[in-house]
Design a binder for this molecule. Structure first.
Ligand SMILES: [Zn+2]
Length: 183
């Protein structure tokens, strides 16, 4: 079984622009590609797990999400960075688009996408690491031995009642986290 880095997308790999679905609006954060290169070079599988409630809100469609993700994989592959999987949740409990109005288990902090990725890609969650700029990206750390990095000034409390485990570290950005992971 493989160890993976579970990466959040918006605000972790690329600039969080809210309703992002156009390729021309996708902007890598400084150091993000270098970070992914370091992690892949260290033998980690790269898996992106992202909430895309813009689908549920009717801002863009799943086709747009897939087109953007195909482009992202190809763009990174040009630099020998291979993303093993990109998993997204299109739902929201208060969605405008009825088909996506569901209280699902895949929208983070839900863990379904992590478990699905682990099953499909043969990943050992307990030997993996989650990285994200929000506490909801790291909820897997509270339910497994998965390590975690909270980027930037992200709030450590998921809610008033649930804090992240002490195993979650802080890092300024994805590159700082990657350097800490591979050292
Ligand atoms: Zn979902």
């Amino acid at each position: 079984m493989n160890s993976a880095i579970f990466l959040d997308r918006d605000g972790t790999i690329n600039v969080d622009k809210g309703s992002l679905y156009r390729i021309e609006d996708f902007e890598f954060l400084p150091g993000a590609k270098e970070a992914l290169s370091l992690l892949t070079g260290a033998g980690y599988r790269l898996v992106i797990v992202t909430n895309q409630s813009g689908v549920a809100r009717g801002c863009y469609g799943e086709d747009d999400v897939r087109t953007l993700h195909d482009w992202l994989r190809k763009t990174l592959a040009l630099e020998k960075i291979y993303v093993d999987g990109i998993y997204y949740c299109p739902h929201h409990p208060e969605a405008q688009v009825k088909a996506y109005r569901v209280k699902c288990g895949c929208r983070k902090p839900g863990l379904d996408l992590f478990y699905r990725a682990a099953s499909e890609l043969g990943l050992d969650i307990d030997r993996s690491i989650a990285v994200g700029d929000k506490a909801r990206d790291l909820q897997i750390c509270a339910h497994s031995a998965c390590a975690g990095y909270l980027l930037g000034a992200g709030e450590i409390f998921l809610s008033a009642l649930s804090a992240l485990p002490a195993s979650v570290r802080r890092a300024a950005d994805l590159l700082a986290a990657a350097k800490d992971i591979i050292q």
